[in-house]
Design a binder for this molecule. Structure first.
Ligand SMILES: *Cc1c(COP(=O)(O)O)cnc(C)c1O
Length: 410
C-alpha cells in the first residue's frame, strides 16, 4: 500500500483521520478499494446509504429525475417533486409543514431558528433558550455545535450560539433545573444518541419530556438525522415511545446519498413563520426531491420495515453471543440496525484490525464501535461482520497475537 500523502502536499484540508485506502466502487453492502480489496461496509457512509451501494431503486430514480431537465430552480419558484416529498414526509410523521435544506446540521439550525421565532412570539425576548443533553450530537455549525455536548468539538470555536443549557438523559429533574416556561423555547434530543455512543433514550423518559414540554409550553425538537428512516426498526425511532415532536430534524439517508436535510414543523410553529424568516438556495430542488421520493417510499414500505426489524433482532442475537464469547465487550446497546458495542480497548485498534480483515466500522466516542449497515444487509453478511468483529476485538486485546485468519477476498 502507498503511504498517506505528506500533509504539506495533500490538497485536502486535514480535518479527518483517514486510513490509507481509496474506495473506488461498491455494490450492496460491499465496497472495493483501489487495490481490489473488498470490504463489508457496516458504516453506510455514517448512516446514509440505507439502500446500500449501487441500489437499483436509487439508480432508476436518478435517471427519472434527469428526464425533466430541471435539476435546480431555487426557491424562487415551486416544483412538484418537493411538494410531493413534503406530503409523503407529513404522512409518515405528523401533520404540519416541511422545510428542505442540504444537511443534518442545516436542518438543526433551521429548527432552532423556527423554535426561537415561536418562543419569542409566545413568551417575549427571554423565551429563546434551549435545553440539550449530555452525550448529544446535533452538528458542527454554531447553533448545532452549541447543542453538541463534546467539549473538544466546542471549545476551539467558542463563543457558540448563546442560550444553550444541558440536562441528563433519563433525569427529569435535570431538565427542570435548566428549563423554564419563561426562558426556554425548546428541548432538543436525539431519540437514539448516535455519535454519543449509540444510546437509545428510554421511551418513558421521552414521554416525560413530552409531558413536561406541554406543561411548560416548551417545544420538543427531535433529531432523527441518524436514527430515522427505518434504521431503528420503526420508520421513526420516536414511534416506539408514542410521542410526537413539534419539530423533527431529518437528513442522512433521505436522498439515498445525495445531500438533503428536512425539518417537519408542527402547525402551531409553522403559523409563526413568515416569508423571509429563513431560506436556502438549493433546498428541496426537483432533482433531489424526485430521488428522495423514491428512497423514502422504499424505506417506508411496511414489508421493508418488517425485514429491518428481523435483521435487527438477528444482529442483536449475534452481538449478545459475541459478548459471551469474546472478552473485553462491556455493553451492547442500540435498536434495529443501529448498534453500539462498548469495549475495554480503544476503538481505533478494533476499527483498524477489522479493516485489515475486510470490515468497515466506525466509532462512536472513544470506546464504542458503531454498526450502521445498509438496511438491505443480509443475515449472512451480519454473521460475517460479527465474526470479523470478534476476531478484531481479540486481536486488539492481545489475545490472538498472531494476526491469523485475516479475511481477504477480491
Ligand atoms: C450526522 C448528524 C447530524 C449532522 O448532520 P450533517 O449532515 O453532518 O450536518 C445531526 N444530528 C445527528 C443526530 C447526526 O447523527
Amino acid at each position: 500500500m502507498s503511504v498517506l500523502p505528506d500533509p504539506s502536499s495533500d490538497p485536502l484540508l486535514g480535518l479527518y483521520k483517514q486510513p490509507d485506502l481509496r474506495l473506488v466502487s461498491g455494490c450492496g453492502c460491499e465496497v472495493v478499494d483501489s487495490g481490489g480489496k473488498v470490504y463489508l461496509d457496516f458504516t453506510s457512509g455514517i448512516g446514509v446509504n440505507a439502500l446500500g451501494h449501487a441500489s437499483p431503486v436509487f439508480r432508476a430514480a436518478v435517471l427519472r429525475a434527469l428526464e425533466s431537465g430541471l435539476v435546480h430552480t431555487s426557491n424562487l419558484y415551486r416544483t412538484a417533486p418537493g411538494e410531493e416529498l413534503a406530503r409523503l414526509l407529513l404522512s409518515l410523521s405528523f401533520p404540519g409543514k416541511v422545510f428542505f435544506c442540504n444537511s443534518g446540521a442545516e436542518a438543526g439550525e433551521a429548527a432552532f431558528k423556527f423554535a426561537r421565532r415561536w418562543g419569542r412570539s409566545k413568551g417575549g425576548d427571554a423565551k429563546v433558550g434551549f435545553t440539550s443533553f449530555e452525550g448529544a450530537f446535533h452538528g458542527r455549525l454554531f447553533g448545532t455545535l452549541a447543542a453538541t455536548a463534546r467539549v473538544e468539538y466546542r471549545t476551539p470555536f467558542e463563543p457558540l450560539m448563546p442560550g444553550m443549557r444541558f440536562a441528563r438523559v433519563g433525569d427529569p429533574g435535570s431538565v427542570r433545573a435548566v428549563s423554564s416556561r419563561e426562558g426556554t423555547a425548546a428541548v432538543v434530543i436525539e431519540t437514539i444518541q448516535g455519535e454519543g455512543g449509540v444510546r437509545p433514550v428510554p421511551a418513558g423518559f421521552l414521554r416525560e419530556l413530552r409531558a413536561f414540554c406541554d406543561e411548560e409550553e416548551i417545544l420538543l425538537v427531535i433529531d432523527e438525522v441518524q436514527c430515522g428512516f427505518g434504521r431503528s426498526g420503526h420508520f421513526f425511532a420516536f414511534e416506539h415511545a408514542g410521542v410526537v415532536p413539534d419539530l423533527l430534524v431529518l437528513a442522512k439517508p433521505i436522498a439515498g446519498g445525495l445531500p438533503m436535510g428536512a425539518v417537519v414543523v408542527a402547525p402551531h410553529v409553522a403559523a409563526e413563520l413568515r416569508p423571509g424568516d429563513h431560506g436556502t438556495t438549493f433546498g428541496g430542488g426537483p432533482f433531489l426531491s424526485t430521488v428522495a421520493l423514491a428512497v423514502v417510499r422504499h424505506l417506508s414500505d411496511p414489508e421493508f420495515l418488517d425485514r429491518v426489524r428481523a435483521l435487527g433482532a438477528h444482529l442483536e442475537t449475534r452481538l449478545r453471543d459475541l459478548q459471551r464469547r469474546v472478552p473485553g465487550v462491556r455493553e451492547i446497546r442500540g435498536m434495529g440496525l443501529m448498534r453500539g458495542i462498548e469495549l475495554e480497548v480503544p476503538v481505533a485498534a478494533v476499527t483498524d484490525a477489522a479493516r485489515a480483515r475486510g470490515l468497515l466500522v466506525v466509532g462512536a466516542g472513544p470506546d464504542t464501535i458503531r454498526l450502521l449497515p445498509p438496511l438491505v444487509v443480509t443475515e449472512e453478511e451480519i454473521d460475517r461482520a460479527v465474526e470479523i468483529l470478534g476476531a478484531s476485538i481479540r486481536f486488539a486485546m492481545g489475545i490472538d497475537p498472531v494476526d491469523a485468519g485475516v479475511v481477504q477476498r477480491s
